[in-house]
Design a protein around this ligand. Structure first.
Ligand code: 13P
Length: 343
């Protein structure tokens, strides 16, 4: 028996009051890559210090309802000797945990990947629940490559199946699963191609979730926005992204789903805010799910840059982080304006 009430409540709480989620769950290799680009030392202590700065940012809890941690962080302590979970709870932010083991090449499918991490997941979830995690995250990546006719149905199905098995295990453990099927932005394809692949992917994901008996009210969907490839010569306005994305979701995302929290996926922080804002402004009151955010790069990038590994930059970094979190909360209400960027 699963605790349906608890799952529904947690899912609702994650996106309540127009807040969103902060993804701060970069794996060590990903975090190191971002540190290296800014000349920051790639050590466990620097990762700890950076995340300590994040969770102790004043007023973060006014815009962020949940933060996704990485396993390493869950076992480290903040500057005052407490756990990261305690620091988040003090700030009124629900703690979550990334539980997938990363994406690996899919056998016999060159250029495609499948996310691993199901083995032993039941036991890991039980431990995470004891450590205070209220929700979890599993990311699958879907590649668009027009020349190679990707994605294949096999890759989408393998990832959808893994997402559904993960989600069922989470719900058994009383943890809300963030279901993240990310259609990557890499490529020169037009927005129509992204729309087609995103629709196909979400359709298969919800099919698998149903087969796995997952309670849709007790999940948060973390999808990509429908956008043109990064190298596509025809880029589009925020309004077109909003209309195309919502058009696709209305067809394939059941109304029962607890909430939608977009990933940023390599969009600039400004684009990520403007597009989220356009969705909420243009469809105000007309959508069955809350439409929010679960950004990593689009919230963290300016802050990480401001910090650059120097303690003396802590306050400036925290201000940059708080600013992006706040602007995205405004975008949830349809009240974001590019002019606020300068303020
Ligand atoms: P981005 O917002 O940087 O895409 O990261 C979101 C995330 O959590 C990816 O799994």
């Amino acid at each position: 028996m699963i605790d349906e009430r608890k799952l529904r409540q947690t899912a609702m709480q994650m996106l309540a009051s127009d807040k969103g989620l902060l993804a701060m769950d970069e794996s060590n290799p990903t975090c190191n890559k971002r540190f290296a680009a800014l000349g920051i030392a790639q050590t466990p202590e620097m990762r700890r210090a950076y995340r300590d700065l994040i969770v102790s940012t004043p007023k973060l809890g006014e815009s962020i309802g949940g933060a996704i941690l990485y396993d390493e962080t869950l076992r480290q302590t903040t500057h005052d000797g407490g756990s990261f979970v305690q620091a988040l709870e003090r700030a009124g932010i629900l703690p979550g945990i990334k539980v997938d083991a990363g994406s690996k090449p899919l056998a016999l499918h060159e250029g495609e990947q499948v996310t691993e991490g199901l083995d032993g997941l039941r036991d890991r979830l039980a431990e995470y629940a004891k450590l205070g995690a209220r929700f979890a995250k599993w990311r699958a990546v879907i590649v668009i490559d027009e020349a190679k006719h990707l994605p294949t149905r096999t890759a989408i199905e393998a990832n959808a199946h893994a997402l559904a098995r993960y989600a069922a295990l989470c719900q058994e453990a009383g943890i809300v699963p963030i279901v993240e099927p990310e259609v990557l932005m890499d490529g020169a394809h037009p927005i129509e191609r992204c729309a087609e692949v995103t629709e196909r992917t979400l359709h298969l994901v919800f099919h698998q979730l149903r087969l796995a008996r997952v309670l849709l009210e007790g999940i948060i969907l973390k999808p990509n926005m429908v956008v043109p490839g990064l190298k596509c010569p025809t880029q589009v306005s925020a309004d077109v992204v909003a209309d195309t994305t919502i058009g696709v979701f209305r067809r394939v995302v059941p109304a029962a789903v607890g909430g939608i929290a977009f990933l940023s996926g390599g969009q600039s922080p400004q684009d990520a805010s403007a597009r989220l804002n356009a969705m909420n402004a243009r469809f105000k009151g007309a959508l069955p799910w809350p439409v929010g955010f679960s950004y990593a790069r689009a919230i963290q990038d300016p802050a990480m840059k401001a910090w650059s590994g120097q303690e003396k930059n802590t306050v400036a970094a925290q201000q940059a982080l708080e600013t992006r979190a706040r602007l995205n909360r405004l975008a949830r209400r349809g009240e974001y304006d590019a002019a606020l960027e300068a303020a």
